[in-house]
Design a protein around this ligand. Structure first.
Ligand code: ADP
Ligand code: MG
Length: 263
């Protein structure tokens, strides 16, 4: 069922239900005139439901813009984004916001938690914003899933970075979105916390059939995914299935001279 009005520019297409996210020739330019930067230059990407994809590439290659376009946080200049077979591009801001809330969860590198709210309150925020009912058992369940069942009343400043990111993941999971987009979710975490976060994302895919797209600089993090898509200069520069950390590092080394220093 689509939440969008008939006759709106969002329309059901005859895409197989197995396609969770489908980008067709997406182009996005930031800024205008002399300062215009083409962040994405005709990117096409088709991801099946229940897959875990890592996106890698040099700094400035368009990874965050790709995620933001896929999430409906940025509007492409050209091209089409379909989530669950429904076109997201086009439509009003209000339609887009609603679409995003129903179908997409987003996880940021810096967690984006509200410091004045408790763990439980942060977690249910997307439900509140969408006007959906909040079932206490569901909140308990989702926080239990991320290993924070005993921290409901804590505030973010009482948690470690890894715990904060797990709250952010709980918040992304609580609406049961089809697609979860994570922009360097382990970028600020120590190895052990990173591993916990990666396992949770993997579990969301394997157990709950969500579709996860994760930007990362770390070949080890990328090896948790089913496939890696490489970006360079706003274009898809290759793909690696069943990635091992070594194979990813090797491929990155050959992507260009401006591979980020931390790789
Ligand atoms: P990545 O995440 O791979 O580092 P981004 O998608 O953030 O790349 O950026 C791609 C390009 O677009 C970069 O050149 C960046 O400077 C530019 N860019 C990104 N966001 C903006 C913005 N809001 N305004 C202007 N330029 C931007
Ligand atoms: Mg980025």
């Amino acid at each position: 069922m689509t939440m969008l009005r008939a006759g709106s520019r969002h329309r059901q297409v005859t895409a197989p239900a197995s396609d969770a996210l489908w980008l067709v020739k997406v182009t996005k330019t930031h800024g205008t005139g002399d300062s215009a930067v083409t962040a994405l230059d005709g990117v096409s990407l088709r991801l099946r439901r229940g897959t875990f994809t890592a996106v890698m590439g040099p700094s400035g290659s368009g990874k965050s813009t790709l995620l933001r376009c896929a999430a409906g946080l940025d509007r492409p200049d050209r091209g089409i984004v379909r989530v669950d077979g429904v076109e997201m591009t086009g439509g009003t801001e209000a339609e887009l916001t609603r679409f995003r809330r129903d179908r997409i969860g987003f996880v940021f590198q810096d967690y984006n938690l509200l410091e004045t709210l408790t763990v439980a309150e942060n977690t249910v925020l997307p439900l509140k914003l969408a006007g959906r009912s909040v079932v206490p058992e569901r909140v308990q369940e989702v926080l239990h899933l991320v290993g924070l069942g005993d921290r409901l009343r804590h505030r973010p400043d009482q948690l470690s970075g890894g715990q904060r990111q797990r709250v952010a993941i709980a918040r992304a999971l609580v609406t049961e979105p089809r697609v979860i987009l994570a922009d360097e979710p382990t970028g600020a975490l120590d190895t052990r916390s990173a591993r916990e976060v990666l396992r949770l994302l993997q579990e969301a895919v394997r157990v709950h059939e969500r579709t996860v797209v994760m930007v990362t600089h770390d070949p080890v993090a990328a090896s948790y995914a089913d496939a890696v898509v490489f970006l360079a200069d706003g274009r898809v520069a290759g793909e690696l299935r069943q990635p091992t950390a070594d194979a990813v590092a090797e491929r990155l080394a050959h992507l260009g001279d401006d591979v980020p220093a931390e790789v």
